[in-house]
Design a protein around this ligand. Structure first.
Ligand SMILES: C[S@@+](CC[C@H](N)C(=O)[O-])C[C@H]1O[C@@H](n2cnc3c(N)ncnc32)[C@H](O)[C@@H]1O
Ligand code: SF4
Length: 378
């Protein structure tokens, strides 16, 4: 049931908001691909021969790579790991990279799920975000994706962009749901330190939208998604029944995964590790047999915190039986006591054996989660 994540850290243009590890694409990807494949072979035992049920090519921009390059990586992974026959194989695509020939190539490689980075249907937003595509491009890319025979199609949208009104956000969602997409990831814009927007924030040239407006946009999202037949299975993720992302769900359900490539994270139940965030350094360290990652062994409290952080964001919530089995009576009592006030305030409800956030609770999920955190001994 394990997963594999492949990080392709190259982008053709840098978006002003993005803090994912990425740099401008290079002409020749050979040294990177060789290092990635070497990493895959060095870490062949990481998943302890578990079957792999999801592979996810993310970035950066995986669609900056040719079909041949993607095939080289995917085929090697299939050789090295026990990949299930009906494995979910996802690729993130930037709308302006793709055409019918490229999409056909992806189908031939057996990619069976795509995630298109539309971000907004408004050209003024796309310009502000420094995206390469415009809305006409996005519509064309989506049409070509369906025409190529992809059925399991997800799109990414960003809301809370300064200058976007509630009506415009609602129209953005209507346009998204007018297509036969099966999944939507909708993220509230965050102004990350170190990004262009982060620097603009420091200089007072841009500001976060206020909390009431954020909540209003979030409510519009929940209502529109629900009436279009989508289920909010995680705070930012909505799927039609049967189309939740297995890959993302696995992250939230503590399933083991191996992350390949610079900045990629891996998890095996007891430790978490993350590769260096530097392509050149990554290639050099791998090729010289040196350590290319940092690792944190997770003690009981850290494992508890991880579980709360991920489970509380999902529709499945905190599983109280799992808490009792894994963290014993002490963990169980702690969770039930902490949940008390949130239940009283209508922020959380207890179903038979689980604690889940209500829509009101989802609006302040980060605050609620932080109240559940156990202090980790260092
Ligand atoms: C790794 S990125 C992108 C994949 C692909 N390169 C693209 O741009 O479409 C995954 C998604 O995270 C979202 N994202 C990244 N940074 C964000 C930010 N600061 N605020 C909100 N959403 C963000 C965007 O919606 C983006 O599509
Ligand atoms: S959003 Fe996508 S294309 Fe833009 S910089 Fe981030 S990874 Fe690259």
């Amino acid at each position: 049931m394990a997963g594999i994540y492949v990080h392709i850290p190259f982008c053709k243009k840098l978006c002003f908001y993005c803090d994912f590890y990425h740099l401008i694409s290079t002409e020749d990807n050979t040294a990177f691909i060789d290092a990635l494949l070497l990493e895959a072979s060095l870490r062949q035992d990481y998943l302890e021969n578990e079957t792999v049920s999801t592979i996810y090519f993310g970035g950066g921009t995986p669609s900056a790579f040719s079909i041949k390059e993607l095939g080289t990586i995917l085929n090697e992974i299939k050789k090295l790991f026990r990949v299930e026959e009906n494995c979910e194989i996802t690729i993130e695509l930037n709308p302006d990279d793709i055409n019918s020939v490229y999409l056909e190539g992806l189908r031939e490689l057996n990619f069976n799920r795509v995630s298109l980075g539309i971000q907004s249907w408004r050209d003024s937003d796309l310009k502000m975000l420094n995206r390469r595509h415009d809305s006409a491009h996005a519509a064309q890319a989506l049409k070509e994706t369906f025409d190529a025979g992809f059925e399991n199609v997800s799109i990414d949208l960003i809301y809370g962009i300064p200058g976007m009104s509630a009506e415009e956000w609602a129209l953005n969602l209507d346009q998204a749901f007018s297509y036969d997409i099966k999944h939507l990831s909708a993220y509230h814009l965050t102004l990350e330190p170190g990004t262009v927007f982060g620097k603009m924030l420091e200089k007072g040239l841009i500001a976060e939208i206020d909390e009431d407006e954020s909540n209003m946009l979030f409510n519009i999202l929940i209502e529109k998604a629900e009436s279009a037949g989508f289920i909010q299975y995680e705070i930012s993720n909505f799927g039609k029944p049967g189309y939740f992302s297995i890959h993302n769900s696995n992250y939230w359900k503590q399933v083991n995964y191996l992350g390949l490539g610079p900045s990629a994270h891996s998890f095996n139940g007891y430790s978490r590790q993350w590769n260096v965030r530097d392509v050149k350094g990554y290639i050099k360290l791998i090729n010289t047999g040196k350590s290319f990652f940092e690792k944190e062994e997770l003690d009981t409290k850290a494992r508890f915190n991880e579980y709360i952080m991920t489970s509380l964001r999902t529709m499945w919530g905190i599983d109280l039986e799992y808490i009792e089995e894994t963290f014993e009576k002490e963990g169980y009592d702690y969770v039930v006591n902490t949940a008390g006030k949130f239940k009283d305030y209508g922020m959380m409800i207890q179903n038979k054996n689980s604690l889940v956030l209500t829509n009101q609770g989802k609006m302040i999920s980060d605050n609620i989660i932080s109240e559940f955190m156990m202090v980790v001994n260092s």
